[in-house]
Ligand binder design. Structure first.
Ligand SMILES: [Zn+2]
Length: 386
């Protein structure tokens, strides 16, 4: 009897576990069978077409199924996304349009389908259609921030700076995400566009707004200095430009010529020399060295200027520095040597014309002019001197 009790004591837990496991498996099988019965046969037919790369037939099947079974909405959204990723945007559009056309589609699925359709249009480059859809989604609880982000991107592509600005401000209010950077550049774009149409007051107001948003903006200070100079207010222009030199050396060379002109107009040549030498100590810059060399050439003659350039190139060797040096050598050279130097000058010129002046830190986009927004990756302030 005792032996029987001990055997029961040891055997009962594994037995109970085994019986429980079998019961669970049977239940699971029954559930799977019932679940599979609920999925329409056409769903598998559609999947089969998809796997065989017969995408047209698959889309037809999935589209027809919509009217039959609303449980497959998620599947349609997933298939639509898949088509877009594969670059088959037309098919993605068809699927999402069909979903939206359903009168009984629940609100959350309608908004999701609209968001996906907006992205389809973006992928297809149909910006106005995408814009219309994302504008509708601005008031959606779930998609407002995503739609605003898309709209900021669309308006930037369309160079519609007023609307890009508006959306960026709304996005900042909604998400508390710092959008100062984009907002400042939008104001600067508005200012540049107004200035090109000679709407000076509007341009100046936009720059003021930009500086109110970000007092450290190099672009806004540069524009402000240019506007001051147009009105012969060189003292104020000099203040704006000196602020740039103290806070952003990466874009400083953009302001070198303007700075030199301001000092010249104000009769402050000595101050120019002191300030430019100070700046050159902080940051090597061929543009800066060139202005200094020209001034030294004017005051102390070509030989002193040549020694200055030679010293600069020794300390900061670069192709542009070398080109500058050859130019100054040509000034001082004897007539017979000038011919040889001009051959070297032309060669260097050719090499430098093939070398980009600016390059994007993000995507590597190269160009001969400064782009505040990279045309390659559409990031702001990533294009710097190469
Ligand atoms: Zn880029």
């Amino acid at each position: 009897m005792i032996i029987l009790l001990i055997a029961l004591l040891f055997l009962t837990p594994p037995l109970a576990f085994y019986l429980g496991y079998q019961l669970h498996r049977r239940k699971e099988k029954r559930f799977r069978r019932r679940w599979l019965r609920r999925i329409p046969r056409s769903y598998f037919v559609g999947l089969n077409f998809l796997l065989n790369d017969e995408t047209d037939k698959a889309v037809d099947i999935f589209t027809k199924m919509l009217g039959v079974d609303s449980d497959t909405i998620e599947t349609h959204l997933a298939v639509g996304k898949l088509f877009r990723r594969k670059g088959e945007v037309d098919r993605a559009i068809r699927i999402h349009q069909n979903l939206i056309a359903r009168a009984q589609l629940p609100k959350r699925y309608r908004e999701q389908s609209m968001y996906e359709l907006g992205q389809d249009y973006l992928s297809a480059g149909v910006l106005d259609h995408a814009e219309k859809i994302f504008v509708e989604l601005i008031n959606s609880k779930s998609y407002a921030h995503a739609a605003l982000k898309m709209l900021i991107d669309i308006y930037q592509q369309e160079r519609d700076w007023y609307n890009a600005l508006k959306m960026a401000k709304q996005y900042e209010t909604l998400t508390q995400h710092d959008m100062r950077h984009i907002i400042t550049h939008c104001y600067c774009e508005i200012a540049e566009s107004a200035a090109s149409k000679e709407e000076i007051k509007e341009a100046e107001c936009a720059v003021q707004e930009a500086l109110l948003v970000d007092a450290t903006s190099v672009r806004a200070s540069l524009l402000q200095a240019k506007f001051y100079m147009q009105r012969d207010r060189y003292k104020e222009a000099l203040c704006s430009l000196l602020q740039i030199s103290d806070r952003n050396l990466a874009h400083f060379s953009e302001s070198v010529k303007l700075l030199a002109l301001c000092y010249e107009k104000l009769g402050l040549e000595e101050e120019l020399m002191v300030e430019f030498k100070r700046l050159l100590e902080q940051q090597p810059s061929v543009a800066l060295a060139l202005v200094l060399a020209e001034r030294i050439h004017k005051v102390n003659g070509s030989k002193v200027a040549l020694i200055f350039v030679l010293d600069y190139v020794r300390r900061h060797p670069s192709l542009r520095g070398l080109y500058l040096l050859i130019n100054f050598y040509t000034f001082t050279a004897e007539e017979h040597a000038k011919q040889d130097l001009s051959i070297l000058q032309n060669l260097m010129n050719k090499i430098l014309s093939q070398k980009p002046d600016y390059q994007c830190k993000g995507c590597g986009f190269a160009s001969h002019k400064l782009h505040w927004q990279c045309p390659g990756c559409r990031q702001w302030d990533t294009v710097v001197e190469g």
